[in-house]
Design a protein around this ligand. Structure first.
Ligand code: 9WN
Length: 456
């Protein structure tokens, strides 16, 4: 038999190439997702990047997370972008002059010395901090790494669990599609349809200087992203309950709300919060405090996730439209990510594994990596960003989930596919889920970092 060239079988060279991407994207204190499209620090990117960096330099991995946490706001939120002041304003939109964090975010406690956005991204950070610690516990203890990050991570979770419980059911809501991280997912089409777009002439899309228009969100999407972010900013980045949603008893159930037009409970965002709450429990224990209360809270949140977002008939989780009141029945990879959680009942993990390999996601049958959206959905497009292409972070999360639940054969196959396609696509931002063809940027930070992680 002729032996096909398989980059995953040549770990040395794939590793070297991944390391090279991380070197090129390192700025001295953190790592950019992409030199061209995303020249600043992004929140969930940095968490995934730290998970890979720990194999290369545990010190750099710690620094990556600490740089991000240094930009934390007084109310506990970790901003989704920390701007690099030496990058020209027009290199990325929306730039610091749009967010105006240090003035508009003053009441919410935005830092004075560093410019950030005012929205958040999925809370992968405590999980990343714990994995980084474990890669070199000696260095971590010597630097007091966990002792320094623990209170900040705890404040971050407090922010999400209290200020962002907009639906009154214990889960965190996102108030902007950029917060969930899958910007133009078809899940947002209905809740976004209620938002009046900002006029296209009122902003300039820097992303189109670097990315193909047909691989990116549309101008109409951007108009709505801009409107939501500007309204949130103009309200001082204050969070409040959603009119008409069930209120926590402590809130008195009435009025006084200051909310924008978008509030969604998302399964991946909340599953990552729960996984990170488990990690925070482990961190507390390492620091000499009992982690039991946090583990118990993570279990309660898992129950809330199942109660509010699980659909047994469809075998997956859905988003909940907090303003519209119901589940959004669009099949997104987000609805499979809870497979990551250790405490899920067996019938649910079994159903998730079947859905992953079934006609809607096709893993191991028609697709090579996990598509971001339903192959059979009306909105499916294999190249348009989060409306079909496969992304490496979600495949990494599902690989972990499969392995955690004893699905070793499926996990091994997904791991091999991630390594193969990361190599052949030159560490693409996202790929066609059928062919593995590269889309978006190449030399993408988390693709290289998660490749390194899977090589170890
Ligand atoms: C907006 C940086 C980020 C990722 C997101 C991805 C994309 C930004 C954009 O890039 O979003 O935050 O400008 O499109 O959707 O998941 O964190 O890599």
């Amino acid at each position: 038999h002729p032996v096909a060239y398989d980059p995953a079988l040549v770990p040395g060279s794939l590793r070297r190439r991944a390391v090279r991407v991380l070197e090129d994207n390192w700025t001295g204190a953190s790592t950019v997702p992409s030199r061209s499209l995303y020249p600043h620090q992004w929140s969930w990117d940095s968490a995934f990047i730290a998970i890979g960096l720990r194999h290369l330099s545990p010190l750099r991995a710690q620094t990556e997370l600490e740089t991000l946490l240094n930009a934390q706001w007084g109310d506990g939120r970790i901003p989704h972008i920390v701007f690099n002041p030496s990058v020209p304003l027009d290199a990325y939109f929306p730039s610091p002059d749009f967010w105006r964090s240090s003035t508009a975010g003053r009441t919410a406690g935005a830092p004075r010395t560093v410019q950030t956005s005012g929205i958040v991204q999925p809370p992968v950070h405590a999980l990343a901090a714990w994995l980084v610690h474990r890669s070199d516990p000696g260095l971590s203890r010597a630097r007091g790494f966990l002792a320094r990050v623990y209170p900040r991570l705890a404040a971050w979770h407090r922010y999400l669990l209290h200020r962002r419980d907009l639906g009154g059911g214990s889960l965190a809501s996102v108030v902007h599609p950029w917060e969930q991280g899958m910007d133009n997912s078809p899940c947002w089409d209905v809740p976004l349809s209620r938002v009046t777009p900002a006029p296209a002439r009122s902003f300039r899309r820097a992303d189109l200087d670097h990315g193909a228009a047909e691989d990116r969100p549309t101008d109409l999407d951007y108009g709505r992203y801009v409107r939501l972010a500007a309204d949130y900013r103009d309200g001082g980045y204050a969070d409040g309950p959603v009119p008409g949603a069930a209120r926590p008893a402590s809130d008195g159930g009435g009025g006084g709300s200051r909310v924008g037009g978008f509030a969604v409970e998302d399964p991946a965002f909340n599953a990552l919060l729960i996984a990170s709450e488990h990690a925070l429990a482990d961190i507390a224990r390492e620091l000499g405090a009992p982690g039991t209360a946090r583990h118990a809270r993570a279990e309660r949140l898992t129950a809330a996730l199942v109660e509010r977002l699980w659909d047994p008939a469809e075998g997956m989780f859905f988003c909940r439209d907090v303003r519209g009141g119901g589940l959004i029945r669009e099949r997104s990879v987000s609805g499979l990510v809870p497979l990551l959680l250790p405490g899920l009942p067996r019938d649910i993990t079994g159903a998730l594994v079947r859905t992953l390999g079934g006609a809607h996601f096709g893993l191991g049958a028609t697709t090579r990596l996990v598509p971001s959206y339903d192959l059979l959905g009306e909105a499916f497009d294999p190249h348009r960003y989060w409306r079909g292409p496969a992304w490496f972070n979600t495949s990494w999360l599902l690989e972990r989930g499969l392995r955690a639940h004893g699905e070793r054969r499926r996990a091994d196959a997904l791991r091999r596919a991630v390594l193969d396609i990361a190599g052949t696509s030159d560490f693409a931002e996202y790929v066609d889920p059928y062919t593995g063809e590269a889309c978006g940027a190449t030399g993408f930070g988390w693709t290289a970092a998660l490749t390194l992680d899977l090589l170890h």
